[in-house]
Design a protein around this ligand. Structure first.
Ligand SMILES: Nc1ncnc2c1ncn2[C@@H]1O[C@H](COP(=O)(O)OP(=O)(O)OP(=O)(O)O)[C@@H](O)[C@H]1O
Ligand SMILES: [Mg+2]
Length: 390
């Protein structure tokens, strides 16, 4: 493997006709890093991955390995010369070849001596825990085993960059978690620079050094799992990592107290008092202050598990702030807690989603309380003025 320090993607854009699948995408991958592209279906994850591997041509932008340009308007190094390895969702094994022959395939194309091929194939199969499977055919193996073969076939070539496109999504929930642990252990051991694509936030959080959140082909946030999970950059990322309860409103009172902002947000359904840990320099803080000054709209983001059911009448004792009066219209038992979706009383169309161990019945009226320190508030982009006709 030729060594490198970083792979840089600069302003990469991919259009299919008038559809922009990847839009002005820039990121650097450090050596040995594990980076995940996370986003909903159709947000451009696979397209970005395929552009980086060279499987589909980019419309504009540049890709570099250190100072060597591998893709731009003039250059396009073919996929096999990039020394990247790709693992697909559907395994893409050769059905007529045995496990051993599948894994050896790329090494034989490189015309390596037979003894070296044998040793490297054995090592790769051991790494993915498939010793003893060498003579089986893919059709004789489970989905999880086949995906291990696909991973072995890739790592045996010692790629500079390993790219995995939703490799676990065809597996059942238990196997997905098992193979996720194995991938993590494999990365710890081989330290191969990896780009991993998923729409599953649990996978992204468990595996990644950094997460890139995508929406409509554009990067929304790049950060560590902890940053993305606790400090989402905008309402889209917040929703994607589990902050629901997006209630639009206006800030009535704003108190600045060092690194904390106390914003009282009047929404349709309740007055939400918050303690926002947005330190100076955090763009979310500047946007909140600007929204307060201009009377602009904001939206809350609150995890269902951070809203608690309170006893009947307790709300009146607490006063108005952070008490929500609601009527349950969906209650799902989920083992550790009930997942409850409820209408907010007196506010048509406004809903609250919460998790609670309390036994709330369908149609039951109840009161819930929000923890001020667990609320996020985002300034809403103001609608741009209508353009005049040319
Ligand atoms: N060959 C193509 N021709 C036209 N449009 C395409 C093509 N490939 C992808 N697209 C469009 O580009 C967008 C991004 O697609 P992409 O496959 O990259 O999404 P994704 O994030 O990988 O989604 P999924 O999670 O469903 O795999 C989609 O709107 C898709 O319809
Ligand atoms: Mg995809």
């Amino acid at each position: 493997m030729r060594d490198f320090k970083r792979i840089s993607v600069r302003r990469m854009t991919k259009r299919f006709g008038d559809k922009t699948a990847v839009d002005d995408f820039s990121i650097e991958f450090g050596k040995e890093e594990f980076v995940t592209f996370l986003g909903p279906s159709g947000c451009g994850k696979s397209t970005a991955l395929n552009c980086i591997t060279g499987l589909i041509p980019i419309t504009s932008g540049e890709i570099y390995i250190d100072d060597e340009c591998i893709d731009d308007a003039k250059t396009s190094v073919p996929p096999e010369k990039r020394e990247f390895g790709m693992v697909f969702q559907n395994y893409a094994l050769f059905p007529h070849l045995t496990v051993k022959e599948n894994v050896a395939f790329g090494l034989k194309l490189r015309k390596l001596p037979k003894t070296e091929v044998e040793k490297r194939v054995d090592d790769a199969l051991r790494l993915v825990h498939l010793e003893g499977y060498a003579t089986k055919f893919p059709s004789q193996m489970s989905g999880g085993e086949q995906q291990r073969v696909a991973i072995a076939r890739c790592i045996v070539l010692e790629p500079r960059l390993l790219l995995l496109d939703e490799p676990l999504s065809n597996l059942d929930a238990k196997l997905r978690v098992e193979l996720r642990y194995e991938l993590k252990a494999l990365h710890e051991r081989l330290k191969v620079t990896t780009i991993y694509v998923t729409h599953d936030q649990a996978e992204a959080l468990a595996l990644s050094d950094r997460i890139v959140v995508l929406k409509l082909g554009r990067i929304q946030q790049v950060g560590s799992p902890q940053t993305v999970f606790t400090k989402p950059a905008n309402p889209f990322v917040a929703d994607f990592v589990g902050y629901k309860n997006a209630w639009k409103g206006k800030i009535e009172v704003l108190k600045e107290n060092g690194g904390t902002l106390g914003a009282s947000v009047r929404t349709k359904g309740a007055l939400i008092e918050t303690k926002l840990s947005y330190p100076e320099g955090d763009p979310r803080r500047d946007a909140i202050i600007a929204a307060y000054k201009s009377g602009g709209s904001v939206t809350t983001a609150i995890r269902p598990e951070d809203i608690a059911v309170i006893g009947q009448g307790e709300g009146a004792a607490r006063g108005e702030g952070n008490v929500i009066r609601c009527v349950a219209d969906l209650v799902e038992y989920q083992g550790h807690a009930n997942s409850i979706s409820a209408c907010i009383k007196g506010c048509e169309g406004e809903r609250v989603d919460l998790h609670s161990a309390s036994d709330i019945a369908f149609g039951e009226a109840f009161e819930a309380c929000v923890d001020p320190e667990k609320v996020l508030v985002f300034a809403m982009p103001e609608a741009s003025p209508a353009r005049s006709a040319p």
